[in-house]
Structures are given as C-alpha cells and as structure tokens.
Design a protein around this ligand. Structure first.
Ligand code: OAD
Length: 404
C-alpha cells in the first residue's frame, strides 16, 4: 500500500492473488461469489461526459483547454477563490450552464445506484459537482463529494448558508448573489471547493474506507488531483481495483489484482453488468432517470457523436464566459474612468485652501480603489503558490509534486 501513482504496469505473466484472472468475467465472478460486499467507487468528470457535461482535462473537449483561449489569468481562475472575490461573473456564467437540473444521469451513475440497491456500496467518492449521483438515486449518506457540490451554498466571508431558491434565481439571471446578512454582504457561492479552499471534512473522515473495501471501482477520472488521487492506493494489497476509463491513470494496473477496462465508462459498466447478469436491471434503472417529457428532438436529424456534442457544449460555455469577461472589462473600464475622474477632482479639491472633507476622512487613493477590484497577475501568481499547500490537490499542475 502507499503511493503508486507512477508505478509500472504489472507484468502480464504475474498471476493475480485474489481474482481468477485480470478480466471483467473474473471480477463478475468475484462479485457473484459474494466476495465483494464492501465496494468503494471513485469517480470523476469522465462519468458525466456522456450526459453532455465537459470534463476538465480532455485535450479538445475539456473545459480547461477551452477556457485557456480566454483572457483569464489562467483557465482554472474560474474556480479560484481569490479570482472569484474580484470577479465572480465568469464563475456564475459557467454555473448558469452547469447548474444541476439540466442534465440526466448516465448509465454509469445508475450502475453506482444499482450497487447500492444490491447492498454492496460502501461509499462513493466523487470529485464531481454536478449532483448526478444523487439524481440517479444514490443516497446522500453514501456519497462523499470530495470537491463539494452545487447542493448547498454559503457566504465566502461569514459562512452563513444561502437559500437554494435564491441561488437558483441568481444563477438563472446570471447575477451575483450576496450574503443576506446586511452587516456582512459578502459574496455567496455554491459549496464547491475552489482553488484556495480546504476539502470538506467528510473527505478526511472517510478516507480510511478504501482500506476496508473488498472491491474498488475507479471511473472517469484522470486521478491527477490530490489528495483524491491517492485514494486507490489506500486499498489493501490483494483488493481488486478496476479502472473503467478512456486512459490508464494513477498507477492503476500496477498490482496483480488490477483490472483495466480502457474505453468509454458507459460501455465498461454495461460489460461488467452483463457479466454479473444485471444488464437488464441496470437498463431499467437507468430508463427511470429519463425526464418524462423529454422531446425526441434528434429523431429526424443525424445523430451527433459524444465528442461533437461535447465540443458544442464546451464552445458555448467558452463563449458565455468570454462574454462575461467582456462585460467585466466594460465594468472595469467604467470604474477606471469614474475613479480616474473622481481622483482628479479630489486632487483639485486638495489644492484648494480650507476643509473640503471631514478631518477624519482619509483622502481616496487611486491605488486603494484599484487594488480592491482587480486581480494583479502577480497577486494571482502569489495566490497560486500560497494556496498550493491547501488546494494543490485540486489543481495539481500548479503544485507538480503530489502531496497529501
Ligand atoms: P479530468 O478532466 O481531469 O479527467 C477526466 C478523465 O475521464 C480523463 O482521464 C478522461 O480521459 C476520462 N474520460 C472522459 N470521458 C470519458 C468517458 N466517456 N468514458 C471514460 N473515460 C472518460 O476530470 P477529474 O479527474 O474529475 O475540481 O478532475 C478532477 C478535478 O479537477 C475536478 O473535480 C475539478 C478539477 O480541477 C474542481 O472543480 C474543484
């Protein structure tokens, strides 16, 4: 046990210790034999891409690659608490698109629900903020939302909670909500873990569970964000770990009982469900997640591929964030002119003899006003390095060395 992020793949001649073979059928047999009754599942954005939500790091369709085109100090700034304090609009523009309720769970989400309904799910650790696991029926107490979620909201200053209906209204209108406490008035945001913030206590309270698991399923994550990325390494030696993902990640495949199912998540869980004899049940369960009034719009039109749909979605998101940045630039310009004029007026007034303002009042300094509303790129860089110890796990490339 321990860090095995970059461990080499196991030699194919090395026999497994627990499974009969490193295959889907052997995993299914292990489950059907009743040997997997404490299953720990670890998921990331890849399990929601077939719902139409872009992931973060896929080279063409990922959110970060697309946001990198924009005039943000760096793509992840939309999820950066210091950037948010100064310019919350790009986040709220994204939130408008990503807010729960617009997307249907995928069959992979339903598979996790099926594991629970069969009494096998010990815990689901998710990095996703889309709440689709809950939507699929997985009970809240079995989910650890390691990077928070859109489920609750609070003030970033006084931490008091903010009502769901008001947040929905703000997100719908792409307006920025503020704390209801008049004495505070701080910015409010969904309780998503931003760069510069700490993971929820539930993550730390449950992170010993992989050690107790008898099966680990890792799906749709690049496992590049610490401390989440270390979870699979906490599984005991001999505990089968199954990776269902487009690419091999995080040292999965380095132990004798690791099984790699490389490819699409939905296809992977269908294969596993079929091998377990659960496919029909799974399809029925997933069918129930379809909205009743879902119009069958693509009936007459040629079907788009998953990547085409994602490219469209991510393009739209990028355009919207770009608009919000232009908007902020326009507001910024207005303030600049306004503050500039005020500053000149004050300078003129200061030259005149006699009191112009109460003696206790400090003259307004242009740089004070400037610094309260603008992120200096240097500050952004400093914020990045300052917070690397706190949330380097959320933006790992900022802190190249993975740390717990
Ligand atoms: P990433 O975008 O880093 O990784 C998604 C992984 O899923 C990649 O390995 C993809 O190849 C794979 N993938 C995408 N679609 C797939 C599909 N249909 N089937 C199978 N695999 C697929 O997303 P995460 O690992 O979730 O933090 O990223 C972790 C964190 O980084 C996020 O929680 C986010 C970000 O900074 C916050 O938002 C706070």
């Amino acid at each position: 046990m321990g860090q095995d992020q970059s461990a080499p793949l196991i030699d194919e001649n090395t026999p497994p210790q627990t499974l009969d073979a490193r295959t889907v059928d052997a995993v299914a047999k292990y489950i059907k034999d009743g040997r997997a009754w404490r299953v720990v599942v670890m998921t990331g954005a890849g399990i929601s891409t077939s719902a139409g939500i872009p992931d973060f790091r896929s080279p063409d369709t990922g959110l970060y690659a697309n946001l990198a085109r924009l005039n943000l100090p760096y793509a992840e700034a939309v999820f950066d608490i210091s950037y948010f304090r100064n310019n919350p609009l790009p986040f709220y523009t994204l939130a408008h698109e990503l807010y729960p309720g617009k997307y249907r769970p995928t069959i992979t989400h339903s598979f996790v629900n099926l594991l629970d309904k069969k009494g096998l799910l010990l815990k689901l650790f998710t990095q996703n903020i889309d709440c689709l696991e809950r939507e699929a029926g997985v009970p809240g107490d079995l989910i650890v939302e390691a990077h928070g979620s859109f489920a609750t909201h609070s003030c970033i200053e006084c931490k008091s909670s903010f009502p769901e209906d008001l947040m929905q209204k703000a997100v719908r209108e792409k307006s920025v909500p503020h704390c209801l406490d008049k004495n505070c008035g701080g910015l409010v945001k969904p309780d998503i873990v931003f760069f510069g913030e700490q993971l929820p206590s539930a993550f730390f309270a449950n992170r010993q569970l992989p050690q107790e698991a008898d099966l680990c399923l890792v799906m749709g994550t690049s496992l590049s964000v610490q401390p989440f990325a270390s979870l699979p390494s906490f599984c005991a030696d001999g505990t089968p770990r199954v990776l269902i993902n487009q690419e091999q990640v995080g040292g999965l495949g380095s132990r004798p009982d690791d099984v790699l199912l490389l490819g699409d998540c939905d296809a992977g869980v269908r294969k596993l469900a079929e091998a377990c004899g659960w496919l029909e049940e799974l399809e029925d369960m997933w069918a129930k997640t379809a909205p009743e009034d879902e119009p069958d719009t693509d009936k007459e039109q040629p079907k788009k591929t998953r990547d085409e749909k994602l490219e469209e979605e991510v393009d739209q998101l990028t355009r919207e964030v770009e608009e919000s940045l232009k908007l902020s630039e326009a507001q910024h310009q207005w303030l600049e002119n306004h503050v500039g004029t005020k500053f000149e007026q004050i300078q003129e007034e200061e030259k005149k003899p006699g009191p112009m303002q109460p003696a206790t009042a400090e003259p307004v300094k242009k740089e004070d006003i400037e610094s309260s509303r603008r992120v200096d790129p240097k500050d952004a860089a400093a914020a990045t390095s300052d917070s690397s110890s706190v949330l380097a796990h959320v933006f790992p490339h900022i802190n190249k060395k993975p740390s717990l």
